[in-house]
Design a protein around this ligand. Structure first.
Ligand code: GUN
Length: 295
């Protein structure tokens, strides 16, 4: 009798397709909102300086707004802008009733105090979810706006019906933009969460325990197959631009593919979800702004 040969290969999570689906859903919802209330969601974006990667992100964000029928206002401030100049732009957007979401592109030039600038954004317009008010609400398990990349990761898991409750989730990377808020989101969904970072000892032993392993470090291919448990779900947040122009994730994709049950590619995995969730947050901010009990 012929023996059946079974080669386990992960399902590749198509973030590009899921992001497109979400953007379509947001567009339809925004159309309904406009017809019902006359309000189009509005996003205000501030870029200080001319970092090339930030300029590319901004162009994508602007095009995404246009596609979804959102209003968008963009402010490009010179690299040597003072903190007061940035704060004045934020105040203008805070008071602009046609703007429901405000995003300050990070990283900011070093002479600017990022915390002061983020804290100047009206919390109900903080669609990045970086304001301490929104982080605090996430901390207490009663979230308002949540950071786009972490909720994008939850969407990828949910749309593949990957269970979170009770599972061991290991996050490598403790940034304020991804690692820390993601840990709270997963905790709120009843995962057992471990955060690893540069000072973590015995990293492979910890990553190997993960049912869900998330790499958000910014080191090309640092997660090798021997750090991954058989059948783990592997989410790669890294976007590392190599000298030859290729984009490489934090996960050694081709070898981990053979070990994981699900894996996100780079590009086309987590990346496209960030903008999709930014649109979803901005739509949500517009809807909430029409409610009388908006905080
Ligand atoms: N820079 C890199 N990612 C992000 C993000 O999600 N939001 C903002 N504002 N800046 C970023």
């Amino acid at each position: 009798m012929e023996e059946e040969f079974y080669c386990a290969m992960a399902v590749i999570i198509d973030g590009k397709k899921i992001a497109q689906d979400i953007r379509q859903e947001v567009k339809e919802e925004a159309t309904r909102l406009r017809v019902k209330t006359g309000t189009a969601p509005g996003l205000g974006v501030i870029l200080v300086g001319d970092d090339p990667a930030s300029k590319i992100y901004l162009r994508h964000k602007e095009n995404a707004c246009k596609d979804a029928g959102f209003l968008s206002r963009e402010f490009r401030l010179p690299r040597d802008s003072s903190e007061n100049e940035v704060l004045a732009t934020i105040q203008e957007l805070n008071h602009d009733e046609s703007i429901h979401g405000i995003l300050v592109q990070l990283p900011l030039p070093r002479h600017l105090n990022t915390a002061n600038i983020i804290e100047a954004i009206a919390p109900q317009k903080d669609v990045d979810g970086f304001h301490p008010y929104n982080l605090g609400r996430l901390f207490t398990g009663n979230p308002y706006h949540m950071a786009c990349t972490p909720i994008g990761i939850l969407e990828l898991l949910d749309r593949h019906a990957i269970a979170i409750e009770g599972r061991d989730a290991v996050i490598v990377g403790r940034s304020t933009i991804v690692g820390k808020p993601l840990a709270l989101l997963l905790l709120n969904r009843h995962a057992t969460v471990t955060i690893c970072h540069t000072r973590t000892r015995h990293l492979p032993e910890i990553t190997k325990r993960a049912d869900i392993l998330i790499a958000a470090v910014g080191k090309p291919e640092m997660i090798s197959a021997d750090m991954v448990r058989d059948g783990a779900v592997v989410i790669d947040v890294g976007i590392n631009r190599m000298e030859d122009g290729r984009l490489i994730g934090d996960v050694a994709f081709s070898e981990v593919l053979e070990k994981a049950s699900y894996i996100t590619p780079v590009p086309g995995g987590v990346g496209p979800m960030t903008i999709a969730m930014l649109l979803a947050n901005t739509l949500n901010a517009a809807v909430l702004s029409l409610e009388p009990l908006n905080p």
